[in-house]
Design a protein around this ligand. Structure first.
Ligand SMILES: Cc1cc2nc3c(=O)[nH]c(=O)nc-3n(C[C@H](O)[C@H](O)[C@H](O)COP(=O)(O)O)c2cc1C
Length: 345
């Protein structure tokens, strides 16, 4: 409600500035102890996925809080989980600005942030200091200047460091804004990556006496053959989940709009159908393996969240929808999913 009044002002300023300003404002309200009174009561509709109990099925997608600077404030939105990152081993500034663009007529966003983040050590420190006790996903990636042949090493460095703090770790191989990153989705590269991460997970589980699930985050721009190849490798390597999807490089339906031709990944309403179709395809292949799909891409209301679960997702995540609809989106989605479940019992 409040967001409907604020949105026109936020939309008058540069998107990245608006993003920073909003998060700072939320931190301020949180530090004053006011945020929990301003936000609606979280929906309690527990679901167990990857062996973790989530208070509800709606999570924050990666990229909004890259360094884990705002976890407590964001947790007041009523999410069942929060995914922070993508984080890389070393800090890096990301691409030159401007690098985030709104496409209001299509309720879309194009970004080419390029994994701007303060590095994994800073993220670890932030999580330790946050006091957050909810379900926390930590999304890991590679530095832009690490050659793709050495990418596995970057993921292992991050995995080692975040493992003790994460409820699950998301392995991002699908951002279009780091050169060649999406090559890691191809058979040979993926085989090396999954095998290295899985054996390190086994060692870390023994060392920390705690099993932390691994989720693979994939792109929407995959054909059915590629989706099958990824799904079969995920099954063979006993990965714990797949997050589908990241942003798209397609510009179908937005090319005529202001900023529609900007380079980067497109999210929000324009990626919705594509993400849903990847989820459906993937869930069909994973069916029976017990490996869940986390559905993300263009969820703008409760109906959108239900659509993702009907396609086969066990959990959903949102990002762009928060920009267009505000924090009430979390409750709307969680309530719609709860209702859907009740209708099926
Ligand atoms: C500005 C912006 C930054 C993002 N950064 C990341 C990121 O660092 N890592 C990642 O895995 N996904 C990132 N994403 C992708 C989202 O997590 C999500 O997969 C995608 O936007 C589709 O969901 P949506 O339509 O609800 O936004 C980013 C998205 C946006 C809009």
């Amino acid at each position: 409600m409040l967001y409907r009044l604020l949105r026109p002002f936020l939309f008058m300023i540069d998107p990245e500035q608006a993003h920073k300003l909003s998060l700072r404002g939320l931190d301020l309200l949180e530090n004053l102890g006011l945020l929990k009174w301003l936000m609606p009561k979280p929906v309690r509709a527990p679901v167990t996925v990857m062996g973790i109990e989530f208070p509800n099925a709606v999570g924050l997608a990666a990229g909004m809080d890259k360094n884990g600077d705002h976890i407590m404030a964001l947790s007041r939105f009523g999410f069942g989980h929060i995914e922070i990152g993508t984080v890389t081993p070393r800090p890096q500034p990301g691409n030159p600005k401007p690098r985030m663009f709104r496409l209001p007529a299509a309720e879309g966003i194009i970004n080419r942030m390029g994994f701007n983040n303060d590095g994994v050590d800073k993220l670890v420190q932030n999580v330790r200091n946050s006091g957050y006790r909810g379900v926390l996903g930590i999304n890991i990636g590679k530095n832009f200047d690490t050659p793709i042949e050495q990418a596995v090493n970057d993921y292992l460095i991050c995995l080692d460091k975040v493992y003790p703090l994460a409820s699950y770790v998301a392995v991002n191989i699908s951002s279009p804004n780091t050169k060649n990153l999406r090559q890691l989705q191809e058979s040979e590269e993926l085989e090396k990556l999954l095998s290295a991460l899985k054996s390190r997970q086994t060692e870390l589980a023994r060392e920390h006496d705690r099993y932390v699930p691994l989720a693979l985050k994939i792109a929407p721009d995959l054909d059915p053959v590629q989706i099958r190849d990824i799904a079969e490798r995920v099954i063979r390597h006993h990965f714990d989940a797949v997050i589908a999807t990241n942003t798209t490089i397609s510009r179908a339906g937005v090319e005529h709009l202001p900023h529609g031709g900007e380079m980067g990944g497109l999210s929000g309403a324009p990626v919705c159908a594509r993400a849903t179709s990847v989820i459906r395809e993937l869930a069909g292949i994973l069916h029976g393996s017990g490996i869940p799909v986390i559905g993300v891409g263009g969820i703008l209301d409760g109906e959108g969240a239900v659509e993702k679960t009907l396609a086969g997702a066990q959990l959903v995540q949102v990002y762009s929808g928060l920009v267009y609809r505000g924090p009430d989106l979390v409750r709307d989605c969680a309530a719609a999913l709860q209702q859907q479940r009740a209708n099926h019992i």
